[in-house]
Design a protein around this ligand. Structure first.
Ligand SMILES: [Zn+2]
Length: 258
């Protein structure tokens, strides 16, 4: 029991740290700032944040949502993203435990959450974030290949299934996008979305294709209706629907993997 409480505490801390990293990506990538190792600074007074300002969530609470130097308000967005990432990591822990397949899922969370938020705000799925997720997905496949596990008898079957799935997902979504664009006479699916479909294939495999298409299509229709109602615009980001379905299916796969 104590071991489990210790593990949950560890994952909660990890989730908050990854959440803090997520906010840095969401701020930096659309502004073309490197999201590498550079220390964060306050966007309004530019003072470099010290260690006491960088404890996710708790720093925000202690400073009552204000910068310690210039007293500028730090949006509630920051602690909310950190808590969301913590929640996602805890759900991932409930299915993946502290297993090696789980580590790839934890590592993917900040990039998925950042893609979700950036697409909502800027309607783009930045290439560099998609590339990181492709890279993590390939590493995960190599692990499964070596471990000869997962759904298949041999590691080679895993490689073929998932790499093939990546191409099939991308081609099919590109085809559907091109067809609906022609029918509706406007662009319906961006190229970033097609790349994300390829990514989903690489992580989820061929078996997941029908459900992924049905769920993401259904959720996208709901989102489009809500978007039209709130923003009064016909153009809406498709990425968030894809990402939500992807995360849910990734979690449900964990039940089988472990
Ligand atoms: Zn400041």
């Amino acid at each position: 029991m104590e071991v489990i409480i210790g593990e949950i505490f560890l994952i909660a801390c990890l989730g908050l740290i990854l959440g803090s990293f997520t906010t840095a990506i969401v701020y930096r990538v659309p502004r073309d700032i490197s999201w590498g190792m550079k220390r964060s600074s306050c966007p309004s007074c530019n003072s470099v944040l010290g260690t006491a300002d960088l404890v996710p969530f708790f720093s925000w609470c202690l400073n009552k949502g204000k910068c310690r130097h210039c007293k500028a308000t730090i949006p509630l967005f920051y602690p909310l993203v950190e808590l969301t990432c913590m929640g996602l990591c805890l759900v991932a822990y409930s299915v993946y435990d502290l297993s090696i397949p789980g580590i790839f899922v934890y590592a993917a969370m900040p990039f998925l959450l950042a893609l979700f938020l950036i697409d909502f705000k800027h309607m783009i799925l930045p290439n560099q974030l998609i590339l990181v997720l492709f890279f993590l997905g390939i590493l995960r496949l190599l692990y499964f290949w070596g471990a000869d596990g997962f759904f298949y008898e041999t590691g080679m079957d895993i490689l073929i299934n998932y790499v093939l799935a990546s191409f099939v997902f991308a081609l099919l979504s590109w085809g559907i996008g091109a067809l609906t664009s022609k029918l509706l006479k406007k662009e319906s699916l961006g190229f970033g979305d097609v790349k994300f479909f390829g990514l989903a294939g690489l992580w989820l495999g061929l078996e997941a294709l029908p459900l992924f298409m049905i769920y993401s299509g259904g959720l996208a229709i709901i989102l489009a209706l809500v978007w039209r109602y709130i923003k009064d615009s016909d153009v809406f980001p498709f990425g968030p629907a894809l990402i939500v379905v992807f995360i849910i299916m990734l979690f449900s796969q964990g039940v089988v993997v472990i």
